[in-house]
Design a protein around this ligand. Structure first.
Ligand SMILES: Nc1nc2c(ncn2[C@@H]2O[C@H](COP(=O)(O)OP(=O)(O)OP(=O)(O)O)[C@@H](O)[C@H]2O)c(=O)[nH]1
Length: 252
């Protein structure tokens, strides 16, 4: 995992006086788009989380690749980014160690702490390294989008997301991210099918929303995530709630 943290961003947003909100939104979403465009061709994933901090799945990327991202952001934006990296069996533990390295170097709002690059990299990868689950709401269009106003639809999807993401984090140390529409991508440790059956049952009981999930494995986030998307298609075709892909879909 890589933590991407904008350096000293809070003070910048109010210096010399508060900046227009839509300008900040533009900067944040463009920075996310640029980081995503950097990660995508390298088969990594990045999630926007709070935008001033983003979480990436960077199996296979070395220190030079991370430094190139920092240089490119520094050259093109009025802000710089620090990057902490960590490697562990459970995504939460990898993120914890990545995070701790930046926190040890100084505060997110310390003007003397800029462009830190610290941590371990997983450069030797194996097709069984990563497990990613792609969840979505069963028939969000028929149950919500075509029936409720957009805000109330959003509240329903957010309730499912909140329930799922807290459950997976607490039970398995998995990190789940809302990625738009009704979709949640979960970066998981090595979990059996039963764990996903239980997660879907938990959200049904806790939030009264029916989910389906495709699960994939791979050497990179793209490989695992793409296999998960194929497995989710199998849920749609077969009317099932949980599908695990077979071998990772290589070369896609
Ligand atoms: N990020 C992301 N969003 C998607 C993806 N597929 C669909 N979406 C979003 O999800 C919304 C709903 O699409 P679906 O999930 O196909 O619709 P549905 O009515 O729930 O249909 P089923 O999933 O077949 O039950 C779309 O409008 C998109 O915004 C995906 O692979 N990734």
């Amino acid at each position: 995992m890589t933590l991407v943290q904008i350096d000293n961003y809070g003070p910048w947003t109010v210096t010399p006086e508060p900046r227009r909100e839509m300008d900040l939104q533009t900067l944040q979403s463009r920075l996310f788009a640029d980081v995503a465009q950097f990660m995508g061709p390298r088969d990594a994933y990045v999630f926007s989380t709070r935008y001033d901090n983003m979480i990436a799945v960077t199996n296979g990327l070395d220190g030079a690749a991370h430094a190139a991202l920092q240089e490119s952001v520094g050259n093109r934006y009025p802000v710089s980014v620090s990057l902490g990296t960590g490697v562990a069996e459970r995504p939460i533990d990898a993120l914890e160690s990545a995070n701790r390295l930046l926190q040890t170097e100084g505060s997110a709002q310390d003007e003397g702490r800029t462009e830190v690059l610290a941590g371990d990299y997983l450069t030797e990868t194996d097709p069984s390294d990563l497990q990613i689950a792609h969840f979505d709401v069963v028939d969000v269009t028929g149950k919500y989008t075509d029936r409720l106003n957009e805000f109330d639809t959003f509240l329903n999807v957010e309730r499912a997301y909140g329930s799922l993401t807290r459950y997976l984090r607490d039970t398995h140390g998995a990190l789940s991210f809302f990625v738009g529409g009704d979709n949640v991508v979960a970066v998981c440790p090595d979990l059996p099918e039963r764990a996903f059956v239980d997660a879907v049952a938990h959200v049904a009981a806790d939030a009264d929303i029916e989910l389906q999930v495709g699960v994939g494995r791979g050497a990179s986030a793209h490989e695992a995530g793409f296999a998960a998307k194929h497995a989710l298609e199998a849920c749609r075709d077969d009317g099932t709630n949980v599908e695990l892909s077979g071998a990772p879909v290589l070369g896609d």
